[in-house]
Design a protein around this ligand. Structure first.
Ligand SMILES: *Cc1c(COP(=O)(O)O)cnc(C)c1O
Length: 362
């Protein structure tokens, strides 16, 4: 039996209702049903409508299920960029999207700031030729975030035709995205949705769809099975192109229903309250300190702290209490810890973590 509470930034602690939904899925033999059956179509349609409700998604957006956010980076470039993309980079995930564009032979440009910093949006100019603007709402590697008010400024900054993409992989449903100000938003279920990994959700508007069709009509390659038009063809009949992760789609629907019942406002308020407690602790600690200097750019969902005790040692000290935090990312593996503050983490669990971190620094 593993009683550990995972504060790792994804995979992480599962949403508390997942075990019961998993049991029900087994009882219903969800793992055995055909993805072309009416039963699957009903599951799909219900998940889609729950996601629309939670995020208050406008009608001009489609909801597509793919394998991961990493896949979405590749599909975004294939379907929406003829020649040129522009990326805001401040850590490993935003950099990976930029590199994907280059690997696919596009002319990718980056506006890069040091690890652990947010962006000074006023000083950024988007090239006139950029077809896709890649924004990072929450950079999980460094704990820097971009408030919605900053995301919203890019519609005016970017050329009229440019498509604005938002990586909200480790923050949704926390940020109240203004979907009219952007064109595509994406997330993976193993972060804030508290599910096992293996499902990416890609929200795209009609402008992204139109661009993909234009490129296809020009005879350009927009990829193979997961082109936007083929994803839409199947989504219109509540199906996927390939045999999908039916179990995880089912579980996502159940968790999002639970979240809707709790209410997205309550989830957002609770996230903020827990984040504030964690940052207050970090600021007063003799061992830990917030890694992101500007409080405005401190993530509420993936909190990164500098540590004078190696991260592996912090986890050794937490182990007897059945708790684990994330180590730092890449070269910060030992000098930083990352604390996931997801909807799955209850206020009591967060309080208890803070208490233990206090005791190890005493
Ligand atoms: C985890 C993460 C990704 C990649 O998600 P996968 O599901 O592993 O493909 C992309 N962007 C950010 C910000 C992430 O935290």
């Amino acid at each position: 039996m593993n009683n550990k509470v995972y504060f790792t930034p994804g995979p992480s602690e599962l949403y508390p209702t997942v075990p019961q939904h998993m049991q029900e899925a087994m009882a219903q033999k969800i793992g055995s049903i055909s993805h072309r059956s009416k039963q699957f179509q009903e599951i799909y349609a219900s998940v889609e409508s729950s996601v629309r409700e939670l995020l208050q998604l406008p009608d001009e957006y489609e909801v597509f299920f793919v394998s991961s956010a990493t896949e979405i980076w590749e599909r975004a470039i294939q379907n929406n960029v003829r020649r040129e993309s522009f990326h805001l980079v401040n850590g490993s995930f935003s950099k990976r999207f930029y590199e994907t564009a280059k690997e696919l032979g596009r002319e990718a440009h980056a506006h890069e700031v040091p690890f652990g910093q947010g962006f000074d949006v006023a000083s950024i100019s988007v090239p006139e030729t950029a077809e896709l603007v890649a924004l990072i709402q929450n950079e999980t590697s460094s704990g820097a975030c971009m408030p919605v008010g900053e995301l919203n400024q890019f519609r005016e900054k970017a050329p009229a035709e440019a498509l604005i993409y938002v990586d909200a992989v480790s923050s949704l449903p926390y940020p109240a995205i203004d979907f009219a100000k952007v064109d595509a938003v994406y997330f993976s279920v193993q972060k804030c949705f508290g599910l096992p990994a293996g499902l990416g959700v890609w929200l795209v508007n009609d402008r992204c769809m139109a661009k993909a069709r234009e490129m296809q009509d020009e005879g350009l390659s927009i990829g193979s099975y997961h082109t936007l038009p083929s994803l839409l063809d199947k989504a219109l009949v509540s199906q996927t192109v390939e045999t999908p992760n039916v179990l995880n789609i089912y579980l996502l629907g159940k968790v999002v229903q639970d979240m809707n019942q709790k209410g997205v406002d309550a989830i957002r308020k609770e996230t903020e309250a827990k984040a504030e407690q964690i940052y207050t602790f970090l600021e007063g600690s003799s061992i830990f300190s917030p890694a992101v200097a500007n409080p405005q750019h401190r993530s509420r969902t993936t909190i990164v702290a500098n540590t004078t005790i190696p991260a592996s040692e912090v986890n050794k000290l937490l182990a007897p209490f059945d708790m684990q935090v994330g180590s730092g990312y890449g070269k910060y593996k030992e000098s930083q810890i990352r604390i996931a503050n997801f909807p799955a983490h209850s206020p009591e669990q967060v309080e208890s973590l803070i208490e233990k971190l206090k005791s190890i620094s005493a």
